[in-house]
Ligand binder design. Structure first.
Ligand code: ZN
Length: 335
């Protein structure tokens, strides 16, 4: 798929304005040609996961088809987004004003790390730390693409150096240490750099005596491109959180769609308070892997925020628009 095409569609003359919307830009998380990491629990999105991973981009509506003898229109890309949950077509500006939540069905679209920081922290208060860390390719990994090519592709796509941003800022004027993982960057998976950044963030919180918030969006779990080095990050981040706990500092973990695999099995599940966005996919192995292993049909809402709340794994499910005020309240209680 080409990047940012001004898609030329052939529109029937009696087409309504809404159908003149564009088929949009690249849809990274749904690109069928996207190379997938090797098969590991939590590392391969199931069809259900892929549905939930629907990024805020557009698919071409069935009613807009190319055919001969019809009027041609050139339509600017990226004006509308189709909700992958309810199918509504939403004007992008309205979607952004609504914090990338579908106004019709409340579907929470995936958002990037930079956007999350804007939503959660006070304006322009974020200062990044551990910025200079860069991933290497310790295994010389080659799949459909080499690891280094994949890194460089996702760096261009997201504007990030790695799958997380860590630093400090203020939330309703309270200073916090905050990290965000970004599922658009190699599924938000944790390699050596993400693990090290999270660990340095925790150590920064301990040194400065700050409360810690980590917002996870990591469908990829531990990054298999780095093999055992990725798995070691689970122990490293968990050990750092144990030190934070001994220092008497609070850790609020926010889980977003999707949080899976080695990330969920380490720092994301270790919050003093664990919050999740509605209908987020949260778990260790993907539902397809579990079904194949236990040979039983899983409940319909298995591995969703609501299911995990009911079963006691998380503390609350919170709408995106209420997240900042809730975090502010929690910080007050916990400090
Ligand atoms: Zn919707």
């Amino acid at each position: 798929m080409k990047e940012n095409p001004d898609t030329e569609l052939v529109i029937p003359t009696n087409q309504s304005a809404i159908e003149l919307m564009t088929a949009s830009t690249e849809q990274p998380s749904q690109n069928p040609h996207k190379p997938k990491p090797p098969v590991q629990p939590g590392n391969v999105p199931s069809p259900a996961q892929e549905k939930m991973l629907g990024a805020p981009a557009l698919s071409q509506p069935n009613s807009v088809k190319k055919s001969a003898g019809r009027r041609k229109k050139s339509i600017p890309a990226g004006l509308w987004t189709k909700c992958s949950e309810c199918g509504s077509v939403i004007f992008n500006k309205d979607l952004i004003d609504n914090l990338n939540v579908c106004p019709k069905c409340d579907y929470h679209f995936i958002i990037g790390a930079q956007e999350r920081l804007r939503q959660v922290l006070d304006e322009k208060s974020f200062t990044e730390i551990a910025r200079s860390l860069k991933s290497k390719d310790p295994l010389g990994f080659h799949g459909v693409k080499s690891y280094l090519d994949k890194l460089s592709q996702d760096q261009k796509k997201t504007g990030l150096e790695e799958a997380c941003l860590v630093g400090h800022g203020t939330l309703n004027s309270v200073k916090v240490a905050l990290g965000v993982t970004d599922s658009r960057f190699i599924m938000g998976s944790m390699g050596s750099v993400v693990g090290e950044k999270i660990t340095r963030l925790i150590e920064y919180a301990i040194e400065k005596k700050l409360p810690l918030i980590i917002v996870s969006g990591s469908g990829g779990g531990a990054r298999m491109y780095e093999g055992a080095l990725s798995l070691m990050q689970m122990a490293k981040t968990s050990a750092a959180l144990a030190r934070l706990d001994r220092a008497g500092l609070p850790f609020i973990s926010v889980l977003t769609n999707p949080t899976m695999g080695g990330v969920m099995a380490s720092f994301a599940a270790l919050g003093d308070v664990i919050i999740a966005e509605p209908k987020a996919l949260i778990g260790f192995a993907g539902p397809r892997v579990i079904e194949q292993t236990i040979r039983q049909k899983l409940p319909k809402d298995f591995q969703t925020s609501e299911f995990l709340l009911e079963h006691g794994l998380i503390d609350m499910v919170v709408e995106r628009q209420d997240l900042k005020s809730l975090l502010a309240r929690l910080l007050k209680y916990l400090s």
